[in-house]
Design a protein around this ligand. Structure first.
Ligand SMILES: Cc1cc2nc3c(=O)[nH]c(=O)nc-3n(C[C@H](O)[C@H](O)[C@H](O)COP(=O)(O)OP(=O)(O)OC[C@H]3O[C@@H](n4cnc5c(N)ncnc54)[C@H](O)[C@@H]3O)c2cc1C
Length: 300
C-alpha cells in the first residue's frame, strides 16, 4: 500500500495528542492522529481529575470548554492538614483563576468529539510500530490496524504517546537530556465510588507519611497514601483489616473502594526534549503525586 502524507503525524490520542490536533486544525495545519487503543477505551480511562487554571483558559479560548464549564467543579483552594490542624489555602487569585475538577476521561471525550467534528483523521486501534528517518525531511511512521501495516510520511512527528511510548525511544541518542529523582517511597492509590469526605483536595502530613484526599466528581473519591517503596499491592489486601485497601479507604470515610494501584514516586524533567523532526508531547502538571515512573514498584 502506498504511503499517505500529512504535515504532522500525532502518535497517541490522550489529552496531549488530541489537544495538539485541535490547535493545529485551528491554524490550518493538517495532521493524522494514531491511537493504539479503541475509542471506548480512551474515553473511559480514569486518570487525572484536575485541570489547572491556564489549561481551563486555553480550552475556553479554543472553544472546547462547553461541557467542562457546565459539569466541572471549580476549585479555589485546598486543605493542608498537619500537627493536628487543618489550614485552608486559597489559590484562585494568585493562580489567575480556578482549577476545575473534571475527569481526564471526560476531557478526552470532548477532545475526540471535537476532532471528529473537524473531519480530520483520527485512527483508533492503530498501533504505531516504528518511527523512522526522524533526521530527514520525511520522517516515517509505520502503524498497524486490522492486521495490515500502513505507512504515514509527515513533516513532523509529535510523540504524544506517554512516557513509555515508542516515539521517545526513537529520538536520536544525545537529543534528550533527562533528569530524574526517585523517592524512597511509593503511593498506594485508591479509587472509591463514594461521596468525597470534603469537596476539595486535602494534603496531609503525618509522622507515618503523606496522604492525599482528592475527588473525581461528587460521587468518586481518589485517595493516595504514602507506603514503603518495597510494598506490593498484595500487601494491601481487601480483607477489611486496618492495613488493607478497605481500611485505608475507610480512614477517609469512603464506604466502597473500587480500584487500587501502587506506584513508585519520582519526579523528572527534560532539559532538552525535542529533535528536529520529533517532539514529545506534554504531560500533566503534578497537581497530585506524580504517578508514572520507568521502574514501577508494582502495577495492578
Ligand atoms: C492511573 C493514573 C492516574 C493518574 N492520576 C493523575 C492525577 O491524579 N493527577 C495528575 O496530574 N496526573 C495523573 N496522571 C497522569 C496523567 O494521566 C498523564 O500525565 C496524562 O495522561 C498525560 O497525557 P498524555 O496525552 O501526554 O499521555 P497519555 O494520556 O498517556 O496518552 C498517550 C496515548 O498514546 C497511546 N499510545 C501509546 N503508545 C502508542 C503506540 N505505539 N501507537 C499508538 N498509540 C500509542 C496510548 O494508548 C495513549 O492513549 C495519572 C496517570 C495514571 C496512569
Amino acid at each position: 500500500m502506498s504511503p499517505t502524507r500529512t504535515q504532522v503525524a500525532i502518535v497517541g490520542a490522550g489529552p496531549a495528542g488530541l489537544l495538539l490536533a485541535h490547535l493545529l486544525h485551528l491554524q490550518g495545519v493538517d495532521s493524522v492522529v494514531l491511537e493504539q487503543r479503541s475509542r471506548e477505551h480512551v474515553e473511559a480511562r480514569i486518570r487525572a481529575g484536575m485541570l489547572e487554571a491556564p489549561t481551563v483558559a486555553l480550552l475556553r479560548e479554543v472553544g472546547l470548554a462547553g461541557r467542562l464549564d457546565r459539569e466541572g467543579l471549580p476549585h479555589n483552594g485546598f486543605h493542608l492538614r498537619f500537627d493536628g490542624h487543618t489550614h485552608h489555602l486559597e489559590f484562585a487569585a494568585p493562580a489567575g483563576g480556578s482549577a476545575v475538577n473534571y475527569g481526564q476521561h471526560e476531557l478526552v471525550r470532548d477532545l475526540v468529539a471535537a476532532r471528529l467534528a473537524t473531519g480530520r483523521p483520527v485512527h483508533f486501534e492503530a498501533e504505531v510500530v516504528a518511527v523512522e528517518d526522524l533526521d530527514t525531511p520525511a520522517p516515517t511512521v509505520r502503524w498497524r490496524s486490522g492486521g495490515r501495516e500502513h505507512t504515514l510520511v509527515a513533516d513532523v512527528v509529535a510523540g504524544c504517546d506517554g512516557f513509555h511510548g515508542i516515539t521517545r525511544a526513537a529520538i536520536p541518542a544525545g537529543a534528550v537530556t533527562a533528569t530524574e529523582r526517585s523517592y524512597p517511597f511509593a503511593w498506594l492509590g485508591i479509587l472509591a465510588d463514594t461521596v468525597p469526605a470534603q469537596p476539595m483536595a486535602m494534603y496531609c502530613a503525618h509522622p507515618d507519611g503523606f496522604a492525599l484526599h482528592s475527588l473525581r466528581g461528587m460521587t468518586r473519591t481518589r485517595m493516595y497514601l504514602q507506603v514503603p517503596a518495597t510494598d506490593r499491592l498484595a500487601d494491601w489486601p481487601d480483607d477489611g483489616s486496618g492495613r488493607s485497601c478497605a481500611g485505608a479507604a475507610r480512614a477517609w470515610t469512603a464506604r466502597r473502594w473500587s480500584r487500587a494501584r501502587c506506584w513508585s514516586a519520582c519526579s523528572r524533567g527534560c532539559a532538552r526534549w525535542s529533535s528536529r523532526r520529533c517532539s514529545t508531547g506534554a504531560s500533566s502538571s503534578p497537581a497530585t503525586p506524580r504517578t508514572s515512573c520507568p521502574r514501577p514498584a508494582r502495577r495492578a
